[in-house]
Design a protein around this ligand. Structure first.
Ligand SMILES: Cc1cc2nc3c(=O)[nH]c(=O)nc-3n(C[C@H](O)[C@H](O)[C@H](O)COP(=O)(O)O)c2cc1C
Length: 239
């Protein structure tokens, strides 16, 4: 066996101290080549039935507000959290941790705490958009859980540090897309984060002074998937 091996391209030459290292590099280069080829092929197919899975998921994911009470298997929840954990983050700081709430008693306590807090925030809609306010209040009266929509799983993404504000929402988005890809519904429920004035709840979440809640993301088997809301076309400037 030679002690070293040299790989020569048209424009450069590199020497490796073992064949294994050379094989690793060639593997990596082949992967990049394949990836680029697939990428162009997938892009050509866009818009057709063969739209790439990821674009399909981005387009078809909806905020789901009606759930089956059926329990979600733990390995599915873990897979979704792992997808969140794969999100990009400033300096790869991964400035998040995840708290999964399935406990019904805690869920109930969270509804009791968040409903009055959400109503306080919604007060301004009373004057700015009275019809909308009436509609929302009607829903608050009708639903047993107008905050977490009786979802069987609530995941608090708890962030900390200088990169949390920009990075944690990316973890949330990854989780919502992962949930969709596994056939689950999900929704970011901002009002569900209004729990910080209840010490019993913050103790359960082990929320520290320097931590902030993102989401929470509710998830479960959808009972109804809403029609897509209208989205305006992107405002793009080309330079
Ligand atoms: C930061 C953020 C906060 C949200 N908070 C709530 C909420 O408290 N309650 C709720 O029902 N939906 C909430 N949503 C979901 C939005 O209403 C929803 O994304 C929007 O209507 C578009 O619908 P789509 O997600 O199906 O595209 C929130 C979404 C985001 C991104």
């Amino acid at each position: 066996m030679p002690n070293s091996v040299t790989k020569a391209n048209a424009d450069c030459e590199k020497t490796f101290d073992s064949v294994d290292k050379l094989i690793l590099l060639v593997d990596k280069e082949l992967n990049i080549l394949n990836c680029n080829r697939n990428c162009e092929e997938n892009f050509r197919l866009r818009g057709g039935d063969e739209m790439t899975q990821i674009l399909k998921s981005i387009n078809e994911r909806r905020s789901v507000r009606e759930y089956e009470s059926k329990k979600v298997p733990k390995d599915m929840i873990n897979a979704i959290i792992e997808a969140g954990n794969e999100a990009p983050s400033g300096m790869n700081s991964q400035p998040w941790r995840f708290v999964v709430v399935e406990d019904e008693a805690l869920h109930k306590k969270m509804i009791e705490t968040t409903v009055p807090n959400a109503k306080k925030i919604l007060e301004h809609v009373k004057t700015s958009n009275p019809d909308r306010y009436q509609l929302i209040m009607k829903r608050y009266e009708e639903l047993e859980d107008p905050i977490y929509y009786s979802a069987p799983v609530i995941v608090f993404v708890v962030g900390k540090g200088p990169y949390a504000d920009m990075s944690c929402p990316l973890a949330c988005m990854n989780m919502m897309l992962a949930a969709f890809s596994l056939g689950l519904g999900s929704c970011w429920v901002q009002f569900g984060s209004l729990v910080t004035d209840n010490k019993e709840i913050t103790d359960s979440l082990e929320l520290k002074e320097d931590e902030k809640i993102f989401g929470p993301i509710i998830m479960g088997y959808p009972r109804n998937i809403p029609e897509p809301p209208e989205k305006r076309a992107p405002d793009i400037k080309w330079l």
